[in-house]
Design a protein around this ligand. Structure first.
Ligand code: PMP
Length: 427
């Protein structure tokens, strides 16, 4: 098939008719498929079922000298800290283990910064008038929802295959004191699957913020989520980079086991300089007496160490790799060479990001929905849900079974083609 742009009006009309007939065929199947959220499949969750048998009456509940069943150790069990410290390549003293959700921890961190301030800041963010966060796009919708809800203005920053546009980031951060933070998913970004290059990480470390209370929110949610572990790209350690510039206090790093053990039932952690950690612990001790150490103990006994986590992630990869490959193969087969879409080919994480022709994303998602396939809402990956070009769509291939995924992916490409043909006819 030729590029759609080179088709005549008559050819486009014929194409539309043909695509519509195929589309009606899908509609008649009354499909009910969901490719909208990055959730592990039941098969992946089954990999962790052994964790539920690990603690029992006789297993001993003491860890690091404390009875995990009781209050205490607000910042987490030492063994749990050690696992996260090894994964994030930081010192255990730089870690706080939280509850079951890193998103919750990020939310609380922003709220504390607003109401109480951060280390080195002169006053709480909220007393300083207008506040801004930079938002590399496309990005994680739930990050943007936090800053939107809390009244922080969001500024979209374009990304390329190396990460955010650092010229723009430097321009904002180094000159505007109302810029208080930036949301980053540095490894296998959601949804672009981009791994920030070493040069980008270094430029982050080298920022000289106009605000003395600026923070990089480094959400390393997919740190161990390699689809091809034997040739996984390596993310340069931001704290290592910061050492060179003395800028360690500028970074708050987050991660969790939500897509390692159980989603919403795992454990999360944050890493920061010891100065930051000291203040956060003080502030946090008013919020909580301690988190769930029994859950932490389960994780520690099940995974044992960083290597245990990495071995486990290989089993996850074996389950989801064929799903990514199926969707990517379908995109190539159905859309390759048509000039109407481009997409990412991620080496890890949970998403594939597709760009349609400008003005076609909403229509594609709508067509899919009407035929029974739910996708993430068009625009979700942009601040305020507004994709200026209306062209980005996030695909989440991990949850559906292969059989369902095959149908969903074919239907998606069909809807995208139909939306593109309609748009070209209207132009
Ligand atoms: N950060 C990113 C980038 C994510 O994609 C997700 C899950 N979709 C989360 C955080 C949420 O993690 P948690 O379950 O630990 O709150």
């Amino acid at each position: 098939m030729e590029q759609y742009q080179s088709l005549s009006k008559e050819q486009l009309l014929g194409l539309c008719e043909d695509l519509k007939a195929q589309y009606e065929g899908y509609k008649a199947q009354n499909l009910k498929l969901d490719m909208s959220r990055g959730k592990p499949s039941p098969e992946q969750l089954d990999l962790t079922m052994g964790m539920l048998d690990i603690l029992h009456k006789g297993s001993g509940m003491v860890s690091g000298g404390v009875d995990t069943r009781n209050y205490g150790m607000m910042d987490g069990l030492p063994e749990a800290k050690k696992i996260f410290a090894d994964i994030l390549e930081v010192e255990p003293g730089m870690i706080i283990i939280g509850g079951t959700s890193s998103l919750n921890m990020m939310y609380d961190t922003v709220v504390r910064a607003l109401l109480l301030g951060v280390y080195g800041g002169k006053e709480p963010w909220i007393r300083q008038g207008k506040l801004k966060f930079l938002c590399p796009v496309p990005g994680y919708d739930r990050h943007f929802a936090i800053t939107e809800q809390l009244g922080i203005e969001m500024v979209g920053i374009p990304m390329d295959e190396n990460g955010p546009d650092m010229d723009l980031v430097e321009q904002y951060v180094n000159s505007d004191p109302s810029v208080k933070g930036i949301w980053c998913v540095p490894k296998y970004s959601n949804p672009g699957g981009i791994v920030y290059s070493d040069a980008v990480v270094r430029r982050f470390a080298a920022l000289r913020p106009a605000a003395d209370d600026f923070r990089i929110f480094w959400d390393n949610a997919y740190v161990v989520h390699d689809l091809y572990p034997e040739r996984a790209p390596k993310l340069y350690n931001i704290f290592e980079a910061c050492k060179e510039y003395g800028s360690e206090d500028m970074v708050f790093e987050f991660c969790s086991t939500s897509k390692v053990s159980f989603s919403g039932g795992g454990i999360c952690a944050m890493a920061a300089s010891e100065r930051n950690i000291e203040l956060i612990k003080k502030q946090m001790s008013v919020q909580v007496i301690c988190f769930d150490k029994v859950n932490q103990l389960q994780h520690v006994r099940f995974f044992k160490d960083k290597d245990g986590v990495l071995q486990h992630m290989k089993r996850h990869a074996a389950v989801i790799r064929p799903k990514f490959e199926l969707v990517l193969g379908t995109l190539r087969e159905e859309l390759g060479g048509l000039g109407i879409a481009s997409w990412t080919d991620p080496a890890g994480g949970y998403f594939i990001s597709v760009d349609t022709l400008p003005g076609c994303a909403k229509r594609t998602v709508q067509l899919c929905k009407e035929a029974g396939v739910v996708l993430t809402g068009a625009g979700a990956a942009f601040p305020y849900g507004k994709d200026p070009q209306d062209q980005n769509i996030r695909l989440a291939p991990t949850y559906p079974e292969l059989r369902e995924l095959e149908v969903a992916a074919r239907l998606f490409t069909l809807c995208l083609k139909l939306a593109a043909a309609e748009r070209l006819l209207a132009d």
